[in-house]
Design a protein around this ligand. Sequence first.
Ligand code: ADP
Ligand code: MG
Length: 250
Amino acid sequence: MLHIKNLSVSAGKKSILKNFNLDINDSEIHVLMGPNGVGKSTVCKSIMHQFDYDILDGTIIYNEFDITHSKTYEIARHGIYYIAQSPVEVEGITNAELLRSAMNEQGIKMDIFEFNRKCLEVCKKLNIPKTFLHRHVNVGMSGGERKKNELLQMFLLQPSLVLLDEIDSGLDVDALKIVGENLKDYVRETHASLFVITHQQALIDLLEPDFVHILKDGRIIESGTKELAKEIEKFGFLRANNVSGSELSE
Ligand code: ADP
Ligand code: MG
């Protein structure tokens, strides 16, 4: 499904990812952990080819398509959906408008009645007011509300790979449980895959990831099961591999 091979990326002349490798198959949940500033968000931004990140070397293949140098909208059309650490506000366009045009672009055929029914169903599932649909995208929303709003879009667009960058930030305990359970159900129902950046053990317990990876020096230095996340929570990144945030962000 997603195959990242020997990827090297820099931003603002700073080398961030170096020979980074990652393979994600259908229906798999991967968690990425690592100290602040190590390059976790850069992995998502590189996959989405954000304009200020330079891909120096390596390849990103998604379902047989080489998307390494594709435009962000082309990558999205392939079915990759990204929920940023801090989702941006889009003044002047409502969620419903954005969703209708995005669904048209994706070739998802749905009449207005079906669209309304589906929107209400997702709002209920995520415990968000249906007035969200008519609000401008993320405008005036709290951190947690933005995350839920991005999830609302995700459930309607039905991506095959979802990149979630610290989805837990801003979510209260009840919201975290709702989000975790719904994401897990989404994987079960659609066989989509998740790439989740988080340090929140409660979310990891809900998602039961197939793999947990640790990022250091621009590449994954250790992969394991959810037990690895428990070990990190207990002993920190300074354990066996002597990973330190400051040394990494130089
Ligand atoms: P993480 O998500 O692991 O905390 P990031 O991927 O956001 O880390 O950033 C990795 C490092 O690259 C940080 O030191 C950050 O300051 C730097 N960085 C990220 N984006 C840019 C940019 N556009 N210009 C310059 N430096 C950047
Ligand atoms: Mg980050």
